[in-house]
Design a protein around this ligand. Structure first.
Ligand SMILES: Nc1nc2c(c(=O)[nH]1)N[C@H]1C(S)=C(S)[C@@H](COP(=O)(O)OP(=O)(O)OC[C@H]3O[C@@H](n4cnc5c(=O)[nH]c(N)nc54)[C@H](O)[C@@H]3O)O[C@H]1N2
Ligand SMILES: Nc1nc2c(c(=O)[nH]1)N[C@H]1C(S)=C(S)[C@@H](COP(=O)(O)OP(=O)(O)OC[C@H]3O[C@@H](n4cnc5c(=O)[nH]c(N)nc54)[C@H](O)[C@@H]3O)O[C@H]1N2
Ligand code: SF4
Ligand SMILES: [Mo]
Length: 854
């Protein structure tokens, strides 16, 4: 069969994929050479998408509580409860909380139902946690949420500034473009991030600024450019409006080391072709909108915008965060980049043929869950997001969900932390089953296409919403038969945007045939530099905006540290899909609390031990790793782990719910915290064919090729029986050292489970024993945790695509490989997705230099 051309399920880079269906639920994945977003490249997550398309854990039937029901019953119930709430408590008593992982068609239908027919704007999305500050900054700067540059600008830039972006991990194919530009053109790379990430390690200059120091830094940079006469006065005069007095009180203190600042200023002044890519270190802040505008101000005032290789470039997180912004899925937009003015409302009401259109912006995510908690919102429908994990102050959010009389969850997975709190669960189509469009960071619209038939009774998200709308009496307005019909209506609606002076314009697709829709090639609205001729403001000028850093918080001796949170290279958010992949689970098997060795000493924490983080909002246990990459006084943990996979490490519960006053985006990256050591009586790991959920103070479960690997720690006795499957056991114990090892073979003599416990000693390497699951072997080697005849040990896996271990790479370096290319040529490591190249680069750097003897 010919490969199907589709788009990756994960990040906002929006890579094109050629997917060859190789079986009922299996697919071979390759990068699409013809897709302009990636030109054939993929990262580890895209490459291993095939490992996540099985039906394990899927929600396949509508459920009310724990009972399977028919679609009719489920939809009738959802419609009845929604109608009842609207009648008794008004339209604002219902709300949708949706996601940048919906397709544009899904998003359009949900937005139309809520804003157009329920008559409330209480539809917000996880993009509030992600892109809202960038949206607000764009709106302030040029009156519309438009990204002014394109990926091609990366190749033509002489300088790239990365602000709060761990690009090598989170937007790896954009990162590969940067690597190419550096190689080809000598592009300089500056990373502005309090942490020395793998991205920062690779930079020409790393600026380890204090948390939330960005606004001061960019404002000082602007002042410095002015001092040097490096502003573009002509552009400022003709294309920008500057608030009076703006230049008089510009902050000049960059908040970083002066020499470092001058290096940065020299680079910027010398590079008319400069782009600044910003992501969550900028957006997820109580001053996120000002950070965005501080960046944009600098680009406007120096004319570094609307030209090849230049511009402020917000990179989107989710595959369709941008599409959601376009249809208007945020509570603060009406539809299609339009706001709530009388004229815009009139246009939208006419287009949708409704007299029920909402009047004003709705509740933004954090406020929305507060309103659920207080009982103002009584009906909440959550689609394609897991707020019990991903919202700040997630403990409060869970409480809000538990109190809410009507919680509906549309998801692809049966059990998530959020779905557990739902009254009704609706099975949605997943990636590879759903069909529609997404828009990436550079405004490029691509198709996601179906590879497999719908499993069980799962349905497309847009259809589920339309079915409910029909039951509520609005059948005619929701009568589409296909995603193509929804897309045509949405495309036609973007005409309104143009009528109101906006750049968003997909009107060319308004009359597209089903065939044209099905054959859609990726296309970019607005072109490469959509703001080149005119800014979409009334006077056509962009606005320089007065900004200020968030007010410094009074230090709280009770919480002396700052908690920063973010992502791992190979996991996606709450791990509902990437957590299924053995290969993607390999990179990091546990949520790690990273801290500077000085802090570890000060608070009595040890490398590899456990530590409890406490904030005013909650407390959670993590594994400790000390690292000079952290600034003293700051700690970092990943956002990914959930109740489904761990009894600790649930970061959302720790994060403050404070938000940016303009965008409503929470400050996920800067919560006051403290840490304390936790010293368990015993530590253990369990390799098992079946997943086990232990009753232990600390446990984390991850996928291995033939089962699961669970790390555990606890106090008192170890309840081995609760952890192991029934059956004969092979055991070894050493009371002296508090060691106990138990292997359980299955009927065929293959390893079903192995438990290794220690109170004082060490535990063997997990990889070998985990690999034995499902394979016959001898009790002696199982209990030893290593083979009787030692096999060549390649060391920890570095390259997931070609199975290359650390020792093999070290050998290649010892044999003379001097760069990542040479290591790749010798071992194949890093030659496919490239995600491991920063690790290889680090190994190359730390290689002891051995000058040949003369
Ligand atoms: N592997 C992987 N990739 C992903 C995702 C994923 O879950 N996993 N999710 C996708 C999504 S939705 C998103 S939004 C993106 C996010 O992509 P990124 O924004 O790159 O990822 P994060 O790790 O959240 O945060 C980036 C960096 O911001 C830094 N930071 C913290 N505070 C500050 C500050 O005050 N100033 C500055 N300058 N930096 C600061 C953090 O130290 C961190 O290294 O990734 C997308 N891609
Ligand atoms: N501490 C901390 N928290 C954060 C962040 C942070 O940096 N730090 N980042 C924030 C950001 S930027 C983001 S974007 C959010 C992400 O947070 P979430 O959106 O909560 O995370 P996901 O795990 O992507 O959740 C998606 C859910 O949708 C389901 N799903 C997948 N595909 C479909 C589909 O087609 N239809 C339906 N109906 N369901 C589907 C998945 O199974 C999963 O349950 O997290 C935010 N939370
Ligand atoms: S960079 Fe990776 S995760 Fe993002 S779209 Fe491309 S392949 Fe998918
Ligand atoms: Mo995001």
């Amino acid at each position: 069969m010919d490969p199907v051309r589709t788009t990756c399920a994960y990040c906002g880079v929006g890579c094109g994929i050629r997917a060859e269906v190789t079986g009922p639920r299996s697919v071979a994945i390759a990068g699409d050479d013809d897709h302009p977003a990636n030109g054939g490249r993929l990262c580890s997550k895209g490459t291993h998408l095939g490992e996540t398309v099985g039906l394990e854990g899927r929600l396949l039937h509508p459920m009310i509580g724990d009972a399977r029901v028919s679609w009719n019953e489920a939809l009738d119930r959802v419609a009845a409860h929604m109608r009842d709430c609207i009648e008794r408590h008004g339209p604002d008593s219902v709300a949708f909380y949706v996601s940048g992982q919906l397709l544009t068609e899904d998003y359009y239908v949900a937005n139309k139902l809520m804003k157009g027919f329920v008559g409330s704007a209480n539809i917000d999305t996880n993009s509030r946690l992600c892109m809202a500050s960038a949206v607000a900054a764009h709106n302030r700067a040029w009156g519309e949420d438009v990204v002014p540059c394109s990926y091609d600008d990366i190749a033509e830039a002489d300088l790239i500034l990365l602000v709060g972006s761990n690009t090598a991990w989170c937007h790896p194919v954009v990162w590969q473009r940067m690597e190419a530009a550096r190689e080809r053109r000598g592009t300089k790379l500056v990373v502005i991030d309090p942490r020395r990430t793998e991205t920062a390690e690779q930079a020409d200059l790393h600026v380890p600024l204090a948390p939330d120091g960005d606004t001061a830094l960019f404002t000082a940079l602007l002042a410095e450019m002015r001092r040097r006469g490096a502003l573009d006065e002509a552009f400022l005069r003709s294309r920008c409006s500057v608030p009076s007095g703006f230049w008089d009180d510009l902050n000049r203190d960059p908040g970083i080391d002066r020499t470092l600042f001058m290096q940065l200023a020299d680079l910027f002044a010398a590079s008319p072709r400069a782009i600044t890519m910003f992501s969550q270190g900028a957006n997820q802040s109580v001053g996120g909108t000002d950070k965005g505008n501080a960046i944009i101000n600098l680009h406007l005032a120096t004319g570094r915008i609307n030209r090849p290789g230049a511009g402020p470039f917000s990179i989107t997180g989710q595959p369709n965060a941008m599409g959601g912004r376009e249809v208007g899925g945020l509570a603060s937009t009406l539809a299609c980049h339009l706001g709530f003015s009388a004229a815009e409302r009139a246009s939208v009401a006419r287009f949708w043929g409704t007299d029920r259109l909402c009047r004003e912006p709705g509740l933004k995510a954090v406020d929305l869950f507060r309103a659920v908690h207080s009982g103002e919102v009584r009906f909440l429908w959550i689609m394609a997001t897991n707020p019990a994990v991903s919202m700040p102050d997630a403990g409060f959010v869970r409480e809000a969900l538990a109190r809410c009389p009507h919680v509906v969850v549309s998801d692809v997975i049966a059990q998530t932390d959020t779905a557990r709190l739902a009254h009704v669960r609706l099975p949605a189509l997943a990636w590879g089953e759903k069909d529609g469009t997404v828009t990436n960071s550079e405004r490029r619209v691509s198709r996601q296409r179906r590879l497999f038939p719908p499993p069980g009774e799962a349905r497309a998200d847009w259809r589920i919403v339309a079915d409910v709308a029909a039951r509520m009496g609005w059948r005619d307005a929701f009568a589409w038969a296909s995603p193509a019909e929804v897309f045509r209506e949405y495309a036609a609606m973007t005409r309104l945007a143009r009528q109101h002076g906006k750049r968003l314009d997909l009107a060319d697709w308004a009359g597209c045939s089903d065939r044209r829709y099905n054959e859609m090639q990726p296309f970019q609205w607005g072109g490469r530099h959509p703001l080149a001729h005119r800014f979409p403001t009334a006077d056509g000028k962009a606005r320089i905006v007065a900004v200020s850093p968030p007010a410094a918080r009074a230090p709280d001796p009770g919480f002396p540290l700052r908690l920063n949170t973010g992502r791992y290279r190979d996991q996606w958010h709450t791990m509902t899909r990437t957590g299924l992949s053995p290969r993607l689970s390999h990179h990091r098997r546990e949520p790690i609390l990273e801290m500077h060795p000085v802090d570890a000493r000060r608070y009595g924490l040890v490398e590899g031990g456990l530590g409890r983080i406490e904030t005013p909002f909650g407390a959670e246990l993590f594994r400790i790793a000390t690292s000079e990459s952290q600034r003293p006084g700051e700690i970092f943990v990943p956002m990914h782990w959930t109740d489904m996979l761990a009894g600790g490490g649930r970061t959302g519960k720790l994060v403050q719910p404070a938000t940016d006053p303009l965008s409503g985006q929470p400050g996920f990256k800067n919560t006051p915290a403290r840490v304390a050591p936790v010293v368990p009586d015993w530590r253990a790991f369990l390799a098992s064919r079946e997943p086990v959920t232990p009753q232990a103070p600390y446990w984390v479960r991850s996928r291995v090729a033939h089962g699961w690997l669970t790390e555990l720690a606890g106090f008192g006795a170890v309840d081995c029986d609760a952890l192991l499957p029934p059956g004969p056991r092979i055991e070894a114990a050493d009371r002296e050292r508090g060691m106990r090892r138990i292997a359980v073979p299955d009927d065929a003599g293959a390893l079903a489970a192995a438990l290794f416990v220690t109170r004082r000693g060490t535990l063997p390497s997990r990889d070998w024993i985990a690999d034995r699951l499902g394979t016959p072997g001898t009790g002696a080697e199982w209990l030893a945790g290593r083979p009787a005849v030692p096999a060549p040990d390649n060391g920890p896996l570095v390259c997931l695509c070609h199975d290359v271990g650390e020792r093999q790479i070290a050998a290649a370096i010892a044999a003379g490989a001097r760069d990542t290319g040479a290591v790749g040529a010798a071992t194949r490591a890093g030659t496919n997705c490239g995600s491991c190249r920063p690790v290889i680069a680090r190994m190359l750097e730390s290689r002891p230099t051995m000058e040949p003897a003369i």
